[in-house]
Design a binder for this molecule. Structure first.
Ligand code: SF4
Ligand code: SF3
Length: 528
């Protein structure tokens, strides 16, 4: 196997025997063969579209199948086999998939996406092809959440298919062309994040700042993780009046801010922290656990029989929910004891998406003018297991008292429960939402730039980002597409980017790796 799509890749180069995430050789090669077949299918769809025929169902399938190859989503070779077969059933594929799993795995090995697959192309072009491919996985995930809530855009689907086909079919060596396509992928991700924002807010309202308890209530309990608000809504609807409390985990925390979700009083609070702590946290949770999307880790025996997967998520032996029918989850929750007693654990505030921030923009502008707020930091992105990630906690702790920390995605769990106080009534820690709410953060930055009549790069705003999986790659490309300069990225640089490409990006966008919180703060704030 060969996989270097995420930040925890083995030795900072690639996972070649078994994934650090737990992904086996079989799943890895099957996923690569699935992507090969999807690119073939995409080419086929584009051709029929040119003849004037459209089939949105195929586009939706493309998104879901591609999503299944993202880090920590699907570990089940049998499920990937089904996606391959389904893809091949839609058209006459160039490579007919073998019928039995063993032969299919053998066949898939030929289509492994590794640098050698693009033999003859330059290291730089291959680097950018990987960047585009990985970002497309993130885009597919967001498009999947959006279409489930009734929002889709044919232009996005078309550009997605074109880029996917180009990765396999276009061997042009012109670096400028590939750089342009890389940034176009960033633009595509901006479009899809906007679409998902529309899907989430038109269905569930604009988030409002909401206090979320971190403790527990005595009673039956269900834990929901992942990003999919539609799945959470369905679960809340089906559990209403059943005497079960629903808790969020990981990236589901911002769900508490949405009016149409928070109206369910049994959506009680948030349990635990980020994805990499799930093996410990899930084993202590006295109820079933629902994984709506990434990030699933190989389950421990102590809770394996309590995990339910949904949509593209899968793991051998785990129960899978289809047709949004949560009755097996509800039944299990009712049979289990749940929490024996109340336990208070403090609270956090979420729900500062763009509209909530805009509603206090006068206060913010005033505080900046009075020099009460000197600087804004966006400290966000993915969390992960590496010890180097303590940088982000320390950075937030050390940020001067006259600075505001905007945060989003699961990286916030490094500091989300810290009381950083407030400046003139404006909280110093502002949780904008999930990773896809980078769209909201971008709108906030644009609004600030308009209010102060300076371009975004001239604002007293610095981006301190952490990355782990492919949605973060998509978001990084979006920021580069928007020409956001001076981003600090960590805990390490993407392994799939060659030295020359990293240099090129650093030069063009002044993107740099994080160093130490002290040094970076000093450099940003010009402290002596
Ligand atoms: Fe390794 Fe990450 Fe790929 Fe898993 S997803 S195999 S950890 S690079
Ligand atoms: Fe986190 Fe997986 Fe990336 Fe949505 S939940 S940000 S890692």
């Amino acid at each position: 196997m060969f996989c270097h799509q995420c930040e925890q890749t083995a030795k900072g180069i690639a996972c070649t025997t078994k994934g650090v995430c737990g992904k086996e050789h079989s799943t890895d090669v099957l996923q690569d063969f699935l992507i090969y077949t999807l690119a073939d299918l995409a080419e086929n769809i584009l051709e029929t579209e040119r003849k004037g025929q459209k089939n949105l169902e195929l586009d939706r399938f493309l998104m879901e199948a591609m999503f299944s190859t993202l880090t920590n989503v699907n570990f089940d070779p049998e499920r990937i086999k089904i996606y391959i077969e389904k893809a091949a059933n839609y058209f006459v594929p160039k490579v007919e998939p073998a019928k039995d799993l063993e032969s299919l795995i053998k066949q898939a090995e030929t289509y492994e996406i590794k640098p050698e697959f693009f033999a003859g192309e330059s290291e730089e072009v291959i680097s950018l092809k990987f960047a585009i491919l990985y970002a497309l996985k993130g885009i597919a995930a967001y498009a999947y959440h959006a279409y489930k809530l009734g929002e889709e855009n044919e232009e996005i689907y078309k550009a997605f298919k074109e880029l996917l086909v180009q990765i396999y079919k276009d061997s042009t060596s012109d670096l400028e062309t590939w750089m342009k396509r890389t940034l176009e992928t960033g633009k595509l991700n901006l479009m899809v994040m906007e679409l998902l924002d529309k899907a989430n807010t038109s269905n569930f309202g604009d988030p409002i700042p909401t206090k979320v308890p971190l403790g527990v209530k005595a009673g039956k309990a269900i834990l929901v993780s992942g990003h999919d608000l539609k799945d959470l809504y369905e679960l809340l609807r089906q559990t209403e009046g059943k005497g079960i409390y629903v808790y969020t985990h990981g990236e589901m925390l911002p769900a508490h801010g949405y009016p149409e979700l928070k109206k369910f009083t049994h959506l009680y609070g948030h349990y635990g922290t980020a994805w990499q702590n799930q093996q410990k946290e899930f084993s202590q949770f006295p109820g079933p656990i629902v994984m709506t999307t990434n990030c699933l880790m190989p389950p421990k025996d102590s809770y394996r029989d309590r995990v339910f997967t949904l949509g593209p998520v899968g793991y051998p032996g785990l129960k899978h929910i289809s047709d949004e029918d949560f009755s097996p989850v509800i039944e299990m929750a009712l049979q289990m004891e749940g929490f024996k007693e109340d336990h208070s654990g403090g609270e956090v505030i979420t729900g500062f998406a763009k509209k909530a921030v805009f509603s206090v923009s006068d206060k913010i502008i005033e505080a900046v003018k009075k020099e009460k707020i000197k600087h804004f930091f966006l400290v966000g992105g993915c969390d992960g297991a590496k010890p180097g990630r303590s940088y982000y906690t320390e950075f937030v702790e050390k940020a001067p008292k006259d600075t505001i920390i905007l945060t989003l995605a699961c990286g916030k769990f490094r500091f989300f429960d810290k009381d950083l106080g407030n400046i003139e009534g404006i909280p110093r820690l502002i949780d904008v939402g999930q990773c896809n709410d980078a769209y909201s953060a971008i709108q906030i930055a644009l609004a600030l730039s308009k209010a102060f009549n300076v371009e975004v790069n001239k604002l007293p705003l610095s981006l301190i980002l952490s990355w782990y999986e492919q949605k973060a790659i998509a978001i990084l490309l979006t920021l580069l597409y928007l020409n956001i300069q001076n981003i600090r990225l960590g805990p390490s640089m993407p392994a799939f980017l060659s030295k020359n490409i990293l240099e090129l990006i650093s030069k063009q966008f002044n993107l740099k790796p994080i160093t130490t919180p002290d040094e970076d703060l000093k450099a940003i704030l010009n402290l002596t």
